[in-house]
Design a protein around this ligand. Structure first.
Ligand code: GDP
Ligand code: MG
Length: 795
């Protein structure tokens, strides 16, 4: 099926034979392609000499700007030119030199904009076409039998505009001849721009097509037609916000009377001229599972330059994953085809197993979620419309008054369950590890190996392993909230509040995950489109008290705040949130001064997740934690043990003297001047130092440093608690006052998160921001603890 139109008549670079020359008038293709070609020097007005071009030759050799370059045929086909030889100009009028004629031609071609009209049936395309071109085509409410398009040409402010009226479609898949025709036209006939006409009275359905256009990534303008009916209905649409979210201009139009048509043409010229900063290309986020598949298929697509030239890689990947037959066939000749197809098929199989259904349906659900989210924020219906039952839930869960309390209740249940349900398996694990330590200790002869295994590895790793049940439970809840679609509602509710501190509602989800572990939280910021929002969120995630800090909190809170345990614990979480807010507020006023962009907050359909889905998502997140245990924490335990064990004393020493004599004691004394102003002794300094590896390690190293007997897990924390309570300073006063303990906890809360979190920051935001985070968090911890300790001591 071929679309008829002007594009048959244009001359492209591959038409020019060896030895001839031409002038470039326009570069076609999708955004990324055009950018690359133009960077190579192929810009309007440049002269190109064809060095070697034969029908079957690929690449073709050219000379441009005095140097030789070769272009693939697929690239050269997208470069529109005007030939410099007479044979190419049948309409040459001899009224000037051939140079004048060519210059005129180049200017004409550069000033010719081909605009494809795309929209649902009956959205008013033909009315728009007629008004713009001044034609009087038959306008009516019927769907045609033949599939074809009309082209109308007219002039607007020095530009020639070819308007192509395409058949109306609801979608751009391959299910009807109309859809195929429109898609083929958009992909293979180089329109300069797409004008998406939507019926303003039926936005949710009409914008489905828009989401597909967004994926395809042409230059886009939207005409919001039937605006008269929208106004009459009393609905209010915040066009400016919607424009900012979608990233292209939206113009209200009444095609029947011609109102707004002129404005649309104005925008078309603007966009065509590539006005800087005028548009942005957004991605619709299809969720972690689908996005991973897109990324893996796109990676292989990107290895084939000719494919990259023809298609926006992300679009092609998305369609192939859905098993589009026509597109699959159209790329079947490229070298990497079998590999691409295999990756797409494997991805589809994985997703269909994951979602237990057709992947195209899942993707269209997500598209509708995107649209609903965009409209919920911008469209205010005049009267409460009769929504479907499925969305009745939304009226409750995102209700202005109810939404927030419901959110708090859900979070409260989540944390409460994490701690109370987690306590049982935690007890069993503690008992098991204690028994294991005793057993290993009894079967091995006294000596270094025994010491290393029991005091180093089993108690070090075991001390952390006991928190695994809490982490798993927390992640089950988080996955459940994410998979049901509630998390998106939570983000929606939080959006207004988050904007006040310069953040976006979507940051809320990573924060919640951050209470479990910072590493998956930092990775979860990938759903934030705006780099500024992302970096700000990443930098503030470490202030969410992760579960690794909990053992330290629990130890000190149990020992020194027996009467207000819950309250003190809550205050630590609150202080963390406070500093996250303060930090993003300050960074917003300084480094990130530019206004925040607006984005669509998707409202995906509610779905009851499968157990399998929740478990796999929980597992994905927990794996990181397990890895940390097998690597960082194991290594840290061995190192701390070795630092405490060596050098071996030559004379008989008590455990305490040996501690001070060992390397760890020496490091502690070296650190002491830095921590002394905070009221910490050298042991606390050492434990903070070991906490760089992971916060849980603070507890195990305090155990090593304060304990006089060997460590045994069950009685261990209780023993350590008692030990801490009974410590005295040189004057015989109690060493650990509540003030000193709380100052220490403040430091634990705020300083350097852990090596794993910092390397995640480096990976997601760059080394520079990782370094910033290290310095900022540690300095902040020091200053806050210093002030708290001294002001507290005065009172
Ligand atoms: P097409 O199928 O997209 O080509 O749509 P048409 O241009 O054939 O229009 C379908 C119907 O909508 C016709 O009855 C038009 O008169 C009507 N229509 C088009 N534009 C507008 C508008 O801006 N406002 C109103 N109220 N009706 C319009
Ligand atoms: Mg029509």
């Amino acid at each position: 099926m071929e679309a008829t139109g002007k594009d048959n008549e244009i001359t492209v670079l591959t038409d020019i034979p060896t030895g001839s020359s031409c002038i470039i008038s326009k570069v076609h293709g999708h955004g990324g392609f055009r950018h690359r070609i133009m960077e190579m020097g192929f810009i309007k007005g440049e002269k190109v000499d064809v060095i070697k071009n034969a029908p079957l030759m690929d690449p073709i050799e050219y000379s441009i700007m005095g140097s030789h370059v070769s272009l693939r045929r697929s690239e050269a086909e997208k470069i529109e030119v005007v030939a410099l030889e007479e044979g190419f100009h049948p309409d040459f009028d001899f009224s000037g030199t051939i140079e004048d004629h060519v210059a005129r031609e180049v200017e004409n071609s550069a000033r010719t904009i081909t605009v494809a009209l795309v929209g649902n049936p009956n959205c008013g395309k033909t009315s728009f076409f007629n008004f713009a071109t001044g034609l009087r085509e038959k306008v009516g409410n019927y769907s045609g039998v033949t599939v074809s398009s009309k082209v109308g040409t007219f002039y607007h402010k020095g530009y020639t505009i070819n308007l192509v009226d395409l058949p109306g479609t609801y979608s751009l898949t391959e299910y009807s001849p109309e859809e195929l025709y429109v898609r083929d036209y958009l992909l293979n006939h180089n329109p300069d721009l797409v004008l998406n006409i939507v019926d303003a009275g039926n936005l949710e359905r009409n914008m489905y097509l828009t989401t597909q256009l967004i994926d395809m990534n042409p230059r886009l303008v939207m005409a919001l037609n039937m605006y008269d009916e929208l106004e009459r209905s009393g609905d209010k649409l915040d066009i400016e916000s919607l424009e900012k979210m979608l990233g292209f201009p939206i113009v209200p139009v009444v095609a029947r009377t011609g109102q707004g048509v002129e404005d649309v043409l104005e925008e078309i010229v603007h966009i065509y001229c590539d006005e800087e900063g005028y548009t942005k290309h957004i991605h619709i986020n299809y969720g972690e599972n689908v996005e991973d598949c897109i990324a893996s298929v796109k990676k292989i697509i990107d290895e084939d330059q000719s494919l990259k030239d023809r298609y926006h890689g992300r679009y092609l990947a998305l369609e192939l994953i859905q098993g589009d037959k026509v597109l699959t066939k159209s790329i079947s000749k490229v070298a990497g085809f079998s590999e691409i197809k295999a990756a797409a098929d494997a991805g589809r199989a994985r997703l269909e197993k994951e979602y237990r259904g057709d992947i195209a349906d899942v993707i269209s659900d997500i598209r509708y979620g995107f649209i609903r989210g965009a409209l919920k924020e911008t469209l205010t219906p005049a009267k409460e419309d009769k929504r479907k039952l499925a969305y009745a839930l939304d009226t409750v869960l995102t209700n202005r008054y109810l939404g927030f309390p419901i959110l708090i209740i859900f979070l409260w249940i989540m944390f409460q369950a994490t701690f109370t349900l987690g306590a049982y398996p935690q007890d069993w694990l503690e008992a098991g590890i204690g028994a294991l330590g005793r057993w290993v200790g009894s079967i091995l002869p006294e000596g270094m190996l025994n010491d290393l295994l029991v005091d180093g590895i089993i108690s070090g790793v075991g001390g952390v392993l006991v928190f695994l049940p809490n982490i798993l439970i927390l992640f089950v809840f988080i996955s459940f909230l994410e998979d049901t679609g509630y998390m998106a509602r939570a983000a929606f509710i939080m959006d207004k509040l988050m904007h006040r501190i310069g953040l976006h509602g979507k940051s809320f989800i990573p924060y919640i995950i951050g209470f479990g572990c910072g590493v998956p939280a930092i990775m979860a910021t990938r759903t934030l489109e705006n780099p500024k929002d992302r970096i700000l969120t990443i930098l503030t995630i470490p202030f969410m008290s992760c579960s690794a800090r909990l053992p330290v909190y629990l130890l000190f809170v149990a020992a020194f705040f027996a009467h207000h345990q819950g309250l003190v614990l809550l205050s630590l979480y609150a202080v963390g949130i406070f500093f996250a807010i303060l930090t993003s507020f300050i960074l917003n006023k300084t480094i990130f001064k530019n206004a925040s962009d607006q984005f669509v907050m998707e409202l995906p359909p509610y779905r009851f997740p499968t157990v399998r889905n929740i478990l796999t998502h929980m597992w994905d997140k927990s794996v990181l934690y397990l890895k940390k245990m097998g690597t960082v924490i194991l290594a840290a335990s061995v190192i701390i043990w070795a630092l405490g064990y060596f050098p071996r004393p030559k004379t008989e020493m008590t455990k305490a003297e040996q501690n001070e004599y060992s390397y760890i004691g020496r490091i502690g004394h070296a650190i002491e001047p830095v921590v002394k102003p905070l009221g910490f002794d050298w042991r606390m300094g050492v434990s903070l130092f070991t906490g760089l590896a992971a916060k849980e390690v603070v507890v195990s190293s305090l155990g090593v440093l304060y304990e006089s007997q060997d460590i045994e897990t069950e009685e261990d924390t209780a023993g350590l608690e008692a030990k801490l309570q009974s410590l005295t300073d040189e004057n015989g006063n109690t060493f650990y006052t509540p003030l000193r303990a709380y100052t220490f906890l403040l430091f634990i809360l705020l300083y350097f998160p852990c090596i794993a979190a910092i390397s995640a920051i480096a990976k997601e935001a760059g080394r520079k921001w990782a370094a910033f985070s290290v310095v900022y968090t540690t300095c902040l911890a020091w200053v806050v603890s210093f002030l708290f300790w001294h002001i507290g001591s005065l009172l």
